[in-house]
Design a protein around this ligand. Structure first.
Ligand code: TZD
Ligand code: CA
Length: 526
């Protein structure tokens, strides 16, 4: 009879889960013993960075990723990053080490007291198996729950379990397959198609899930068939639609009143692959204008249930797009040409305007570049300049928790070695996941970090104005030099001055990580 460890490794191998992102402690070592050939362990130096890298990797591969964390202290360190993975619906399987069974009750050092409870508000499923023989089945459940719920899961395993004998009834788990199908019924499909076909002025709102599910190009086909405006859902974490497409109206502002204003004059708003809605700024008002009906299609049952208005259909947005493409008539005319970006403003003195930086990225980087963005005050500058036409072009921390950007870029680049990857990172944001620079250097991940240094928490200055708090302390961050920080972690770095120098640097292709620090002028997010 194989050991629990042997059987668990075999199960992970059969599921294609052979890349670990982790940071080990004593409790984890027995799980990591005798790893079969073909397993890869990506070491992160802080658990927040571990989780951010795994999140980027899982999103870019479209498959679950395996995370190995230390007990309460390690898992706790990962928790901020976990908020993003929950909001982006990233299937992460987190396996954490626990003290030996007999030492948990007496609370020996590094015992995690009630380990599942620690993670439960965030993960979709958390458990510590009741006995060693249940570990392989519980691990399988962690993998299947993550896939079915599209949410991180958490399994805490006492470390003496791994050497135990698995037991004969543990073997069938190796051959399990668990799948989901979620097309609407014929009747649901007919009603939805009728409603869309009979709308006078339909509008489309697309969420990050559209890109995650590989529906970017299908969404374009649907929009062109409908011929109406397309918005991206508020608090966007993946781009679901080409941002310079003639039908694209931009990312909806993350406030109740402005969203409602955007929908004025539309009798139907069809929301695909998004919660309704992830507002941020509290700008109260009616949820919808008078006479506007909202229909949400999402695979996320909780997002359907918790929406404060509208109708919802819990179904695969891809199946619904297919169905609408089959039933809707062709549009009456062409939709028009892609809109060119405006000339970027130039800044006074040695600093660059963020729009100059983004115009340089747009012009100098290949069209299929994937951008992982964590720069908060430059949001509107970003969308004014960028021209993103490919699936998987844009990633942003989905819950707004900083610490995703820098590690996430490493994870995306590890997942897609042939695709150029740029991390656009603020001088505030960089600090929350900065240790991922070391992992990038060790694995020679060819990612370019463009570090925007404006010396402040720019977005919070803007929020200070919005909230009537002009004098809050703790918003400036002078004295940071990321060229020296990056060099210390093993990533070649330099200060870049002027748009010409930036363009020339970006045009150089490299096969290793690098960091370009650019001093930028302060702008506002909206
Ligand atoms: N801590 C964490 C983990 N997440 C957060 N979102 C914040 C703090 C609060 N916060 C924001 O929401 S934006 C921001 C902070 C600190 C400033 C980020 O500074 P930056 O970007 O330099 O990266 P800008 O462009 O200067 O705003
Ligand atoms: Ca900043």
């Amino acid at each position: 009879m194989p050991s629990v460890r042997r059987l668990s490794h075999e199960f992970l191998e059969r599921q294609g889960l052979t890349t670990f992102f982790g940071n080990p402690g004593s409790n984890e070592l027995p799980f990591l013993a005798d790893l079969p050939d073909g397993f890869r362990y990506v070491l992160g130096l802080h658990e927040g960075a571990v989780l951010g890298m795994a999140d980027g990797y899982a999103q870019a591969t479209g498959r679950p990723a395996l995370v190995n964390l230390h007990a309460a202290s390690g898992s706790g360190n990962a928790m901020g990053a976990l908020t993003n993975a929950v909001a982006s619906r990233t299937p992460l399987v987190i396996v954490a080490g626990q003290q030996v069974r007999s030492a948990v009750g007496p609370e020996a050092n590094l015992a995690s007291v009630d380990a599942p409870a620690l993670m439960k508000p965030l993960v979709g499923w958390a458990a510590e198996p009741a006995c060693a023989q249940d570990v392989p089945r519980a691990l399988a459940q962690a993998v299947f729950e993550a896939r079915l719920q599209q949410r991180p899961t958490y399994l805490s395993v006492p470390y003496d379990d791994w050497d135990a004998e698995a037991g004969a009834n543990a073997l069938p788990v190796l051959d399990r397959r668990v799948q989901r199908a979620s097309a609407p019924s014929a009747e649901q499909g007919r009603l939805l198609a009728e409603r869309v076909a009979s709308a006078r002025r339909p509008a489309l709102v697309l969420g990050g899930d559209i890109d995650t599910a590989g529906l970017f190009d299908d969404a374009v086909r649907l929009a062109e068939r409908l011929g109406g405006p397309v918005w991206a859902a508020p608090s966007l974490f993946r781009l679901p639609f080409p941002n310079r497409h003639p039908l694209f109206r931009g990312v909806l502002p993350a406030g109740i009143a402005p969203v409602s204003r955007a929908f004025e004059g539309h009798d139907l708003v069809l929301v695909l692959g998004a919660p309704v809605f992830r507002y941020h700024e509290h700008l109260p008002g009616p949820y919808l204008p008078e006479g506007t009906r909202l229909v949400q299609v999402t695979e996320d049952a909780s997002a359907a249930a918790r929406a404060p208005m509208g109708e919802a259909l819990v179904a695969d947005p891809g199946a619904v797009i297919d169905l609408l493409l089959k039933t809707l008539d062709s549009p009456s005319g062409p939709v028009g040409a892609y809109r060119p970006a405006p000339e970027p403003p130039t800044a006074e003195g040695p600093r660059l305007h963020p729009e100059e930086v983004f115009a340089a990225l747009r012009d100098e980087m290949p069209e299929d570049t994937a951008y992982v963005v964590e720069s908060t005050s430059t949001n509107s500058a970003w969308w004014r300049q960028m021209d993103l036409r490919r699936p998987g072009s844009y990633y942003f921390p989905a819950a707004g928790g900083l610490g995703f950007g820098l590690p996430g870029a490493v994870g995306v680049a590890l997942a897609q070695p042939d695709r150029p990857v740029v991390g656009v990172i603020g001088d505030g944001s960089a600090n929350y996941g900065v240790t991922a620079l070391w992992t990038a250097a060790q694995h020679r991940v060819p990612v370019t970090f463009v570090l925007l240094r404006n010396g402040t928490y720019g977005a919070l200055r803007w929020f200070g104005g919005l909230l009537g708090v002009p004098d809050a302390p703790g918003l400036d961050i002078p004295g940071l030099d990321f060229t020296r920080i990056a060099e210390g972690y093993g990533v070649p770095a330099r200060q870049v001055t002027g748009a010409g120098e930036l363009r020339a640097a970006l045009a150089e292709r490299t096969d290793h990580p690098r960091l370009l620090q650019v001093d930028t002028e302060l702008t506002t997010p909206a």
